[in-house]
Design a protein around this ligand. Sequence first.
Ligand SMILES: Cc1cc2nc3c(=O)[nH]c(=O)nc-3n(C[C@H](O)[C@H](O)[C@H](O)COP(=O)(O)OP(=O)(O)OC[C@H]3O[C@@H](n4cnc5c(N)ncnc54)[C@H](O)[C@@H]3O)c2cc1C
Length: 437
Amino acid sequence: MTAAGGLWRNWGRTEAVRPQRVERPATPEAVQRAVQAAAAKGMRIKAVGAGHSFTGIAVAPGVQLDLEDLTGIVDVDLERGRVTLAAGTHLHQLPQLLRPHGLALTNMGDIDRQTIAGATSTGTHGTGGSFGGLATQVVGLTLVTGTGELLRIDETENAELLPAARLGLGALGVIVDVTIQCVPAYLLQAVERPEPLHATLESYVERSAGEDHFEFYWFPHTETALTKTNTRLPLTAGRAPLPSVGRWIDDELLANGVYRGVCALGTVAPGVIPPFSRLAQRLTGNRDFTDHSPRVFVTNRTVRFREMEYALPREAVPEALAEVRALIERRGWRISFPIEVRSAAPDENWLSTAYGRETGYIAVHRYYREDHREYFSAVEEIMVAHEGRPHWGKLHRQDADSLRTVYPRFDDFLAVRDRLDPERRFENAYLRRVLGP
Ligand SMILES: Cc1cc2nc3c(=O)[nH]c(=O)nc-3n(C[C@H](O)[C@H](O)[C@H](O)COP(=O)(O)OP(=O)(O)OC[C@H]3O[C@@H](n4cnc5c(N)ncnc54)[C@H](O)[C@@H]3O)c2cc1C
């Protein structure tokens, strides 16, 4: 995201907009005033997080609310292990904020640049067959509705709105704070291994259920999967972190630096991609370490890419991935980015990609200077045939009609939207497409 000359761009460089007005409220009351002022002028208004969605979900052509001044801890309930965070708090701020209270998030995605409200609103998830995405950790939130009302939603107040509001796509209001159910801080023991792809696919469903956090990457043009198995341990187990030089070589030099060069070269000489992929899978993915959970969950991504990710019924993942592999071979594409496969527990949030089913995720990526469209659309056809649900923050071509068929509570969500935002104060082109007018 950049704001040079008033131009806002998302991280993936797929969206850009020059908002008519940018406001930076520092209190919930200031957010309320901003929504009321926009309503009085008949303008649309939208909160933006860290701009890490690849879709146009955060695009705000009218009033853009920048919540960089609405960060930090609002309240801690030590007895229940709950923390209320101002909506603009970035995930990377959490370890420092939670450490004094001995708390941590129960699961996290690959990066921590996002804001808590942005990440939960789009269904950001990590991996773990028995663990839900970030929105499942939300036990309450406060939002400003389309009519400018400050509304608390939790188990005791307006509880019936929780399954919609925890993961609301920014369509129900501007969230000013989020209450998260945390867990006592813990360590993760990470085991990363190259393994044969076919055996990994065969064991994927079982390992997703049996391990705490299992995922794998497959570099197209190779026979190898890089598996990551993270096991939760108490703090008393003791850290055995990666030496910082080793971490730098793996995560910065290889995963980002060399990779950036190859991706750039691959755009003009695609032939370099298969040999590099074979080299990359030989050099990476064979290490063991134990560290604080955020240091294991999170990686640093500095090579810019575009991404599409679909949630499938978990047992469909091996077949769907085999179809993607056959597709890449048939079309002769040279794909430099690995395909990432993860999992999540079923949950009850109406627009969660894991709503009501054991879920597996398949994510495809492309370097941002390459044209992703042909690859993504062909993969999307495979995903849709397996009853896939697209990640709300990652590229896809679905609309309200097709999404209604894979989300049983879709119309219930729309009814809540009608109630909280009758004038469509928070609408933008993306929301019109995926939710309808
Ligand atoms: C490099 C990279 C890695 C990623 N890794 C993962 C991953 O591992 N797992 C995963 O699931 N996703 C991942 N994502 C996707 C990302 O987590 C989501 O798109 C997330 O929404 C981005 O959060 P953000 O703060 O940038 O929100 P934005 O993209 O800025 O906004 C997202 C939505 O939230 C709304 N919003 C923001 N703040 C508020 C508020 N206060 N009130 C109401 N609505 C609000 C916006 O209006 C918009 O609708 C990744 C993205 C990138 C670029």
